[in-house]
Design a protein around this ligand. Sequence first.
Ligand code: LMR
Length: 395
Amino acid sequence: MLDQLEQLPADPILGLSAACRADPNPDKVDLTVGIYMDEQGVCPVFEAIRQAQQALVAEEVSKAYMPPEGDEAFNRGMQRLVLGDDSPALADGRVSSVQTPGGCGALRIGAEIIHAATPGARVWISDPTWPIHIPLVGSVGLQFETYRYYDSAGHSVDFDGMVEDLKAAAAGDVVLLHGCCHNPCGADLAPGQWDVIAEMAERQGFTPFIDIAYQGLGDGLDQDAAGLRLMVERLPEVIVAASCSKNMGLYRERTGAAIFVCRDRRNASALTSHALTAARRLYSMPPAHGALLAGRVLAQDALRERWQAELLAMCRRINELRAQLRRQLEATTGGDFGFIDREKGMFSFLGLSPVQARRLREEHSVYMLDSSRINVAGVNAANIDYLARAVAAVF
Ligand code: LMR
């Protein structure tokens, strides 16, 4: 039976990261997976997380299962982090949330809920989007439509195209939006553009499903959630998938939250029952460690302040790297890379063809996705010259 299965192609992101790890070239540059790297090329543990971990290890007396909805302090902290301390939806008690295994788990639980509510729902995804959105959401049985999002020639959001395409999104449809730091293009909606999409959702009746995996790495924690909060303010229902992988560095601890803003309290309670039933079907209970750490960091003032300062430093460094990379690439290629400076978060497309991206890998050991998406946070003082010269060599 098992021998009928053929080898599948490698994952479009993790496969390239593995290829880079296997490359013996000491000058290799890994710009593949969205992981924050410091100047030494290390993905650091936040000091606030380290302190929370020491306290947890000293105090933990049991490894019994987590409650199926996850850690209470974590769920409360995540709701406030994402929706804002003063969120009227929170005050009204119409928010349901469960702890999930990473942002991926949250996306999957969100998709299961959509399918339970409207099995034929169409999910509108941006062109381009994070490639794993498709199997994560699609394998539940939902159908996809795409809306134009990135104008490769102008290196900016194709907002007219987006609005034109989303005119066809109707009640019962879901529109998947990137809360900030769009993956893969780094081009975000401006506040006025969020307004327009919120108005379309109000008028046409579609439900926003907002993936916010990079909160705090674009402009700041509150600024990065402003579009999402505007949607929550104006609409009766919003689905959110949040992640602590990047903004708390908890990648391997698989720490995320599925948050459902509902019409009323009763509906929020029903939503929790559906989310827990879906989780039980898929993985039963969420993992404990990351959420217990994040819950402490969010609940304890001293840890929270320390974490916010560390996150802000990361955010500033990414924005500084963007400015440096733009200067270096413009100097070596003579091209216009101003868009790198305007885009947000970890990712930007360099605007190279798949052939150029492959040549960078094969001839220079510079690894980026075939789409020329780079992880800006993989750039540092030691590799930026080499990277800029390599890009110029294939430009
Ligand atoms: C990425 O896009 O590189 C990250 O979200 C990591 C992943 O799981 O793909």
